[in-house]
Design a protein around this ligand. Structure first.
Ligand code: PLP
Length: 284
C-alpha cells in the first residue's frame, strides 16, 4: 500500500496536502532523495542520508532531524507501507512562507515521505534504451539533489517527442549525465564514467556500480568523454536507483555494439543482483 508522511501525519499519498505558500511549491526550494526498498529492507540508506545532509547543507536549509531521526522515520514508513519492493521519496522544502519573497522567511521545513510499490526488472525484462544527446542547459549545481527538475523534464520530454527514451546531456561537448541517471561507457576492458563535479549528481547507484566493478576486477576510470566516445563505445549504460544499471542500444540513431545488452553489462547486472541479495540478508 502506498503511504505518505507529511510533517508528522501519516496518510494516503493523495490525501497529503501542502500550502500554496510552501516554498517547495513556489520556488522549487527543496531537496530530495529516492531510496530503494528490496525484501522490505532499505538499501544504501546511509549513503542516501549522507547525500541528503550534503544537499541540505549546500542550500543552507537546517532541520531538527538527525540522521538517526531520518532513519527511524524511513523505517516506520516502510513498515506502514508493508511493501516488499518499493521506492521511498523523501522531500524536504524550506517550508511555508508568510508571504511570497525571495528572502528566507519560513521557520519550519516541510517534510514529505512517500513509499510506493516498485517492481524491479529481471534480466529478461531489460531492453536496450534508445538515447539521444542534448545540450545540458541546467544550472551549475547539478550535484545538489534539488526538487526543481524543470530543465531535466524539458530535456527528457524533448527526447521523448523525437522518439527517444531519454537524453544524455553534454556541457561544452563533455558528457555530464542523463536526465535522471548517470552514464557509463565500456571501452575495451575499461569502464568509464564522468568524474564527480558540480555539473552532475553523485549518484548512489553510480558509486555502487564502481564498487561492484572493482570487486569483479574490472578496470574503472572516472574521466571526461564526448559524444564520439559514446557512439564508438562497446557498451553504454545508465545507472539510477529505479533503473539500477540499464543498457543503451542506440545513441542518436547509431547502434551501440550489436544493439543488444553487452557481456560486461550482463556481468555487472548479475553481480549487482548478488550484492543486493547479500545486503538484504545482512540488514537486521
Ligand atoms: N542523475 C540525475 C540527474 C538523477 O536525477 C538521478 C536520480 O534520480 C541520478 C543521476 C542517479 O542517482 P541515484 O543513483 O542516486 O539514484
Amino acid at each position: 500500500m502506498a503511504i505518505a508522511y507529511l510533517n508528522g501525519a501519516w496518510t494516503a499519498p493523495r490525501d497529503a496536502k501542502i500550502s500554496v505558500f510552501d516554498r517547495g511549491f513556489m520556488f522549487g526550494d527543496g531537496v530530495y532523495e529516492v531510496m530503494p526498498v528490496y525484501g522490505g529492507k532499505i538499501l544504501t540508506k546511509t549513503a542516501h542520508l549522507e547525500r541528503l545532509a550534503r544537499s541540505l547543507k549546500e542550500i543552507r536549509l537546517e532541520t531538527a532531524h538527525s540522521q538517526e531521526d531520518w532513519s527511524i522515520l524511513l523505517e516506520q514508513a516502510v513498515e506502514k507501507a508493508g511493501e516488499s519492493n518499493a521506492l521511498i521519496y523523501l522531500q524536504v522544502t524550506r517550508g511555508v512562507a508568510p508571504e511570497r519573497s525571495h528572502v528566507y522567511l519560513s521557520a519550519e521545513p516541510t517534510v514529505l515521505i512517500t513509499v510506493t510499490p516498485f517492481a524491479p526488472k529481471t534480466e529478461q525484462d531489460i531492453v536496450c534504451l534508445k538515447v539521444c544527446t542534448k545540450e545540458d542547459f541546467r544550472w551549475h549545481r547539478a550535484d545538489i539533489k534539488v526538487t526543481s527538475l524543470i530543465a531535466n523534464g524539458m530535456i527528457k520530454n524533448e527526447a521523448l517527442s523525437e522518439g527517444f527514451d531519454d537524453a544524455i546531456m553534454l556541457r561544452a561537448g563533455l558528457v555530464t549525465e542523463a536526465t535522471s541517471s548517470n552514464v557509463f561507457i565500456v571501452v575495451g576492458d575499461e569502464i568509464r564514467t564522468p568524474p564527480k563535479s558540480e555539473l552532475l549528481l553523485h549518484g548512489i547507484t553510480r558509486q555502487e556500480v564502481i564498487r561492484v566493478a572493482q570487486g569483479l576486477d574490472l578496470k574503472v576510470k572516472e574521466c571526461d568523454f564526448q559524444v564520439d566516445d559514446l557512439e564508438s563505445a562497446n557498451e553504454v549504460w545508465l545507472s539510477a536507483t529505479g533503473l539500477e544499471v540499464q543498457p543503451v542500444g542506440q545513441i542518436n540513431g547509431n547502434q551501440v555494439g550489436d544493439g543488444h545488452p553487452g557481456p560486461v553489462w550482463r556481468e555487472m547486472f548479475q553481480a549487482f543482483q548478488k550484492e543486493k541479495q547479500q545486503s538484504i540478508e545482512c540488514i537486521d
